[in-house]
Ligand binder design. Structure first.
Ligand code: NAD
Ligand code: TDX
Length: 332
């Protein structure tokens, strides 16, 4: 494997993955395709621009993807519409990018017999209740709640079908909630950090008791790189770092780390259909592939993330007013 095509490589996780591979696996020749929607920006890759080839394009364009897949040995597929709240307002881009986009890649991979790693989410399993000790495993049935998670579930099922019916050389990973540099400020953690910097109170949807299983983006990407190189074809791996926290605890920790009163937040309108709890059992990834997270305390990862948003205000400030105006129009 020498030539790697990264889809969605100008978005949050894909940008970090391109940086991760150029640091840890400089032998790879990286091509990145991204349509640069509101969450993706080619500038995120400016410091590694001499090490990559960047193509601005849509993964749902079958001819374009056919040519790109043919030229590469492996495809790591991150590109997607990724925000639940947006999917509640307008599901169509989610159907296009997440379902049709994945179909287009699968057809290229099938025709040219290439290796695919498909990135997905724990949200495909639906949610768990707060008093349930269970965690998601590779055998948990799919039960997605939102337009976002149902289109991701659809894309996973397409990959599974292409593996079984056509023998496509693919692996799938389902990861829990990521945080870290380059995450769009519409998402929970960067929204609250940039709110505090901007003198706006952090906003908790509903009760704030919902639990997410947080993982630093570099730990997610280390697992993806490992699965790409050593994962068993046809298999699914769950990625998670035992990082369960409720949203209220997360906001309080951010406020504390930023030197503010931990009660200085407000409750806003809840998300319709809001999933209560996600939790990942990553035993398979740890025992079969030997993966372990590097960030063992959430506070360390969060402190590094806060510092990144403090030091990169030019990166997010131009979008802040627009993002907050959109939320405020929907009572959030
Ligand atoms: P993101 O929205 O920050 O980035 C997605 C990127 O995909 C953007 O750069 C966007 O321009 C690009 N894209 C979207 N539609 C496209 C299209 N049709 N053609 C080409 N490019 C397109 O999202 P992210 O958080 O980096 O998520 C990346 C992947 O990881 C997604 O598949 C998501 O479902 C999955 N995931 C995310 C998390 C998380 O916590 N953020 C957790 C688990 C899995
Ligand atoms: O302002 C907010 N206040 C708030 O309480 C926002 C933006 C969110 N929330 C809550 C909703 C969720 O319970 O915080 C939690 C996290 O919200 P998001 O950052 O929107 O993430 P989530 O909906 O959990 O989905 C994320 O993790 C799984 C990613 O966006 C997905 O792409 C990924 O698949």
């Amino acid at each position: 494997m020498k030539n790697i095509l990264i889809t969605g490589g100008a978005g949050f996780i894909g940008t970090n993955f391109a940086h991760y591979l150029s640091r840890h696996s400089p032998q790879y020749k990286l091509t990145i395709i991204d349509s640069c929607n509101y969450a993706g920006d080619e500038q995120n890759l400016s410091d590694i621009q001499d090490k990559i080839t960047f193509i601005k394009g849509d993964i749902a364009n079958i001819e374009l993807m056919d040519g790109l897949v043919a030229k590469n040995d492996a495809i790591v597929h991150f590109a997607a519409e990724s925000h639940n709240d947006n999917s509640l307002n307008n599901p169509w881009p989610f159907v296009q990018s997440n379902i049709l986009g994945t179909y287009s890649i699968l057809e290229g991979v099938r025709k040219h017999n290439k290796r695919l790693h498909h990135i997905s989410t724990d949200e495909v399993f639906g949610d768990l209740s707060l008093d349930d000790p269970a965690r998601f495993t590779e055998n948990t049935p799919y039960n997605p709640s939102s337009p976002y998670s149902s289109t991701k579930a659809s894309s996973d099922l397409l990959v599974r079908a292409w593996i079984r019916s056509f023998g496509v050389k693919a692996t799938i990973s389902n990861c829990s909630n990521n945080y870290g540099p380059y995450q769009h400020i519409e998402k929970f953690i960067p929204r609250q950090i940039t709110n505090i910097i901007s003198g706006i109170k952090p906003k908790l949807y509903g009760s704030g008791e919902q639990v997410r299983d947080w993982i630093h983006v570099d730990d997610h990407n280390a697992a993806v790189a490992l699965i790409l190189e050593k994962g068993k074809l046809g298999e699914t791996y769950l990625i998670g770092a035992d990082g369960e926290k409720n949203n209220k605890e997360v906001v309080e920790t951010i406020l504390k780390l930023m030197g503010k009163k931990t009660t200085d937040y407000e409750h806003v309108k809840d998300r319709p259909g809001h999933d209560m709890r996600y939790a990942i059992d990553s035993t398979k990834l740890r025992t079969e592939l030997g993966w372990q997270p590097k960030y063992t305390t959430f506070e360390d990862g969060l402190a590094q993330t806060i510092e990144w948003y403090q030091q990169n205000q030019d990166w997010w400030k131009p979008q802040k007013d627009q993002v907050e105006a959109k939320y405020s129009a929907q009572g959030q």
